[in-house]
Design a protein around this ligand. Structure first.
Ligand SMILES: [Fe+2]
Length: 498
């Protein structure tokens, strides 16, 4: 069967499954007769519409390019992870719960191929054996049924779904969760096991890590809901853990991301703390405690003593980048007035300038547009950067009062001029955009942006490739996805060496 399907026939394909139209060639390895969506419903906007998980694992070659063309010199894979619970949850809090599912688009010779797979974690294995959800929510843990575990398995009340991020380091693809171990997958998304970083035991990591521009070392955060100790691991370019250093906070604190500059790791800890007593009282285990204030630690990479700075509290999920400018440290990030998982204040993009000598910082805004998931050209991480790419929400989305993390436009911010350019997708939903460096490109913005988009009227998804120099123009390519790709979290482009 030809894959030159019309957009309407693709809609039928996604709704009724490939077998209904006899497309064996489309699904050479997939469970072709399986519906795309999970067979359950759960009353939560972050498990409805395009947040509804998919269950089918598919392989499709020669994806249809419905606009533009795939640049001939693009060679690599865009992988994106996201929470995709297989079983109807006992409790669910976005974006803290789920099973990892990685959606990958492999590009070579102007063609694209799609594959998606669950990250087969130990937690998912336990639930598949039980045939139901076993774990509660990270925010609302529940006692787990000991009968669901085999001898030797630890009946932890906290699930590790490895769903937040997927990175490539030391020749390995690593699926990351939050404050727990990570899982290695191969390029075709088969789960290989927990990642040990060259050691004997799996290494505990946060979801966001940063690579040093000179050494290629990966700096990785580890925090725990049990203790106030925050660790930073240095993992060399080959993927081997080299060293770890620790700092102490007043309470166990959620720290989703951090900053690396040429000479510092920068910990910026808003007081979103884990409170087990609150959880026992039926409240969220994550509590906003502004009385604890803001704690910033500058950790010199040469091993020098940390410099601590305190200030008025706010919260950061995601930093775009940080870098040194003279004696100051510049941090570009998305500012939340306080920690909230839903219905919080509008997050906006800001720049923090830290003065280590004065032990002070200042914050300045760029605009009041809602945003999250900021990204830069990752090849310049920890170095001075000018451009930031991030999604936003405009009035052209038809959905009224969409839940958090729904965006329909991409922004490019020039931090030197403060000017924004915009690619408005109208009534399509878009998420984080990963930077795709152009082969041989020299300028910071010489590359593409890759992001999944979703059309709620057609219930179909596509991969957008925008020219990062001119994001307001028509896409370089729009690649039709063979099934719905749910709203996810973080992804990356991995260039394949020729
Ligand atoms: Fe994140």
């Amino acid at each position: 069967m030809s894959i030159l399907l019309t957009r309407r026939s693709f809609h039928r394909l996604t709704v009724f499954g490939a077998a209904a139209i006899g497309s064996q060639a489309l699904w050479p390895l997939a469970r072709a007769d399986e519906p795309v969506d999970v067979p359950w419903v759960y009353d939560d906007p972050h498990l409805s519409a395009n947040f509804l998980p998919v269950q089918r694992e598919a392989d499709v070659r020669d994806l249809r390019v419905i606009a533009g063309r795939i640049p001939a010199d693009l060679r690599g894979v865009y992988m994106r992870n996201g929470p995709n619970p297989e079983f109807k949850p006992i409790a669910y809090t976005y974006p803290l719960d789920g099973d990892g599912m990685i959606h990958a688009v492999y590009i070579e010779d102007g063609k694209a191929r799609y594959r998606n797979r669950y990250v087969k974690t130990q937690s998912l294995t336990v639930e598949r054996r039980a045939g139901r959800a076993v774990f509660g929510s990270f925010a609302h843990p529940v006692p787990v049924d000991p009968a669901a575990f085999l001898p030797g398995e630890v009946p932890s009340p906290v699930k590790n779904g490895a769903f937040v991020n997927i990175i490539f380091h030391g020749g390995r693809f690593i699926a990351l969760n939050e404050a727990t171990t990570s899982y290695e997958v191969n390029e075709e998304l088969a789960t290989l096991g927990q990642w040990t970083a060259g050691g004997a035991e799996p290494l505990r990591l946060g979801a966001h890590n940063r690579r040093h521009p000179r050494t290629g070392d990966l700096y990785a955060l580890e925090y725990s809901w049990r203790t106030p100790t925050v660790k930073f691991h240095r993992i060399d370019a080959s993927g081997v853990l080299v060293s770890t250093r620790s700092v102490e906070l007043p309470m166990p604190t959620m720290i989703h991301d951090f900053i690396l500059t040429e000479h510092y790791v920068v910990l910026i800890a808003g007081p979103a703390v884990f409170d087990v007593q609150a959880a026992k009282a039926g409240k969220s285990m994550l509590q906003w405690r502004p009385d604890l204030g803001m704690r910033i630690a500058l950790l010199p990479l040469d091993g020098g003593a940390p410099v601590w700075i305190e200030g008025e509290p706010f919260f950061v999920f995601h930093f775009a980048n940080g870098f040194e400018r003279g004696q100051q440290i510049v941090v570009d990030y998305v500012h939340h007035d306080k920690f909230a998982l839903a219905d919080g204040p509008v997050p906006t993009f800001k720049r923090m300038t830290i003065d280590p000598a004065r032990r002070s910082f200042e914050v300045a805004g760029f605009s009041n547009e809602i945003t999250e998931f900021p990204r830069i050209n990752h090849l310049r991480e920890a170095l001075p950067t000018r451009f930031v790419y991030m999604p936003t929400l405009t009035s052209s989305l038809k959905e009224v009062q969409p839940p958090s993390a729904v965006f329909n436009a991409l922004l490019k911010l020039d931090t030197e001029t403060g000017q924004y350019t915009r690619h408005d997708l109208g009534n399509q939903i878009v998420g984080e955009a990963a930077f795709v460096p152009r082969l041989g490109g020299q300028a910071e913005d010489d590359g593409y942006l890759a992001a999944f988009a979703y059309d709620p009227e057609l219930r179909s998804s596509s991969l957008l490739l925008l020219d990062a120099r001119r994001i307001e123009e028509a896409p370089v390519a729009v690649i039709e996805m063979p099934q719905r790709v749910p709203q996810g979290l973080h992804g990356n482009w991995i260039t394949r060496a020729s």
